[in-house]
Design a binder for this molecule. Structure first.
Ligand SMILES: [Fe+2]
Ligand SMILES: [Fe+2]
Length: 348
């Protein structure tokens, strides 16, 4: 039996006043799963999520904006524009709203993005608008179409139907991974160990646009996932090198990528970021989530128990920003939930 939309709405919006944050997050992701079932459901889910933007948890609201983007439906644009236009919203929520417009990729969002890419006082918002504008322009261009065709062709030659299906279901990235490398020949994949130095060089080259450098970041992410075991650590290391960049947005995205990868090689770097009180809250938040994600996948060794201790410490550290504390609380509750054998598998 499918979960009931009214019940999920009540959970997400915390109507009773005592729904825990991790339960609200799970309601959000279940709603996202249900939206895929039909256009009607999708529109209903968008309306439900949009009601949540009056909540006081920036962490939850930034995730709601993220989900609206991932639904890839233009009905969400109106709500996302309201969020971006609202200076009272936390900058992480406004950032995610702008990024979501990029994920939906409709040229209709270009005027508002062009406004804030110039005028917003917050550099993270200006940078996010830059990314979204370039993504929308590329997606809707001949070059973008040719890149997608080439990628589909390579998937086919690779002969890996499961990997191709996984890619089709994968989250929409804020910038598509690099498709062309200097010496690509007719290889069926460019996400290989031998291309790591090229991706790394683009990632770290601050004379290039942020959009180009993001494309290298996601190429490195793909290399960890698809390049075979030998490629994993070099690609993770290249991503870690990007953490010394001066853009907080860039650093937060690297941490986000580590959350997607769940590779234990990122643990030392992510712990360092979470512990760094001078780091931007958005970056520390993603580091906390990445550590939680690694633990959800991983075992119970000493490294894992150290990470648990770090998460517990910052979950209760009143001097840490609220988004950092809440990220740790949600990560810990998620780990407990996933280790509870009485819980059903959730729909995502
Ligand atoms: Fe983000
Ligand atoms: Fe986030």
């Amino acid at each position: 039996m499918l979960p009931d939309l009214d019940e999920l709405e009540a959970s997400l919006l915390n109507v009773s006043g005592n729904v825990k944050l991790d339960v609200r997050f799970r309601a959000l992701f279940t709603l996202k799963g249900l939206a895929a079932l039909s256009q009607d459901k999708c529109e209903r889910v968008i309306e439900i999520i949009a009601k949540g933007f009056t909540d006081d948890s920036a962490l939850l609201k930034h995730e709601m904006a993220y989900v609206l983007g991932q639904l890839k439906d233009t009905h969400a644009l109106y709500h996302l524009e309201n969020v971006l236009n609202d200076p009272q919203q936390h900058s992480m929520v406004r950032h995610e709203a702008a990024e979501a417009m990029g994920a939906i990729s409709s040229p209709k969002a270009l005027p508002i993005l062009n406004k804030y890419v110039r005028d917003d006082p917050d550099v993270a918002i200006r940078e996010t608008c830059h990314l979204a504008i370039h993504k929308i322009e590329l997606d809707n261009s001949e070059a973008g179409r040719a890149e997608r065709e080439l990628q589909a062709q390579r998937d086919k030659e690779h002969g890996d139907a499961i990997a191709a299906a996984a890619r089709a279901a994968a989250p929409i990235d804020p910038a598509p991974a690099i498709v062309h490398v200097p010496r690509e020949g007719d290889a069926s994949s460019v996400y290989t160990l031998e291309n790591v130095p090229h991706f790394r060089q683009v990632l770290l080259d601050s004379s290039l646009s942020l959009f180009e450098r993001y494309r290298a970041m996601f190429a490195l992410r793909n290399t960890v996932q698809q390049g075979g075991e030998d490629a994993q650590e070099p690609a993770v290391k290249a991503l870690v090198d990007g953490l010394s960049d001066k853009s907080a947005l860039f650093r937060h995205e690297i941490c986000f990528v580590f959350g997607e990868l769940c590779h234990p090689a990122c643990i030392p770097a992510m712990s360092r970021v979470l512990r760094d009180g001078s780091e931007h809250e958005m970056v520390r938040h993603e580091a906390a989530e990445a550590l939680g994600a690694v633990l959800e996948e991983g075992g119970q060794d000493t490294e894992a128990s150290e990470v648990m201790d770090t998460l517990r410490q910052y979950a209760h550290d009143e001097s840490a920003p609220r988004v950092v504390r809440e990220s740790c609380v949600v990560a810990l509750d998620e780990i407990a939930y996933n280790n509870d054998p009485t819980q059903f598998q959730r729909i995502e």
